[in-house]
Design a protein. Structure first.
Length: 116
């Protein structure tokens, strides 16, 4: 599975960005897709995830501001980020997991910078 992420950029606090991730390859094996982020000097953390059946999970810090969605027909996952804060600044990584989390795939990362 190959993941191609896009949509990062520089935005002012309070602004919005839409991140996109397109999957290719053995996509039939994918169960969960999601977004993680890693800020400078910090560990990578889960932002949001969505299962094949559509169940979603969000980090507390982004609940009510970010929305994850999945388009199975396009083999893509999206992250709509609203009301961005400077602390949302990070490299955002697309992730895909197979059933039972046996295999884990990562995209190349896209940088989101939120200025105050």
């Amino acid at each position: 599975v190959q993941l191609q992420a896009s949509g990062g950029g520089l935005v002012q606090a309070g602004g919005s960005l839409r991140l996109s991730c397109a999957a290719s390859g053995s996509i039939f094996s994918i169960d969960v897709m999601g977004w993680y982020r890693q800020a400078p000097g910090k560990q990578r953390e889960l932002v949001a995830s969505v299962t094949r059946s559509g169940s979603t999970n969000y980090a507390d810090s982004v609940k009510g501001r970010f929305t994850i969605s999945r388009d199975s027909a396009k083999n893509a996952v999206y992250l709509q980020t609203n009301s961005l804060k400077p602390e949302d600044t990070a490299v955002y990584y697309c992730n895909a997991k197979t059933a039972g989390f046996v295999l884990d795939y990562w995209g190349q990362g896209t940088l989101v910078t939120v200025s105050s």
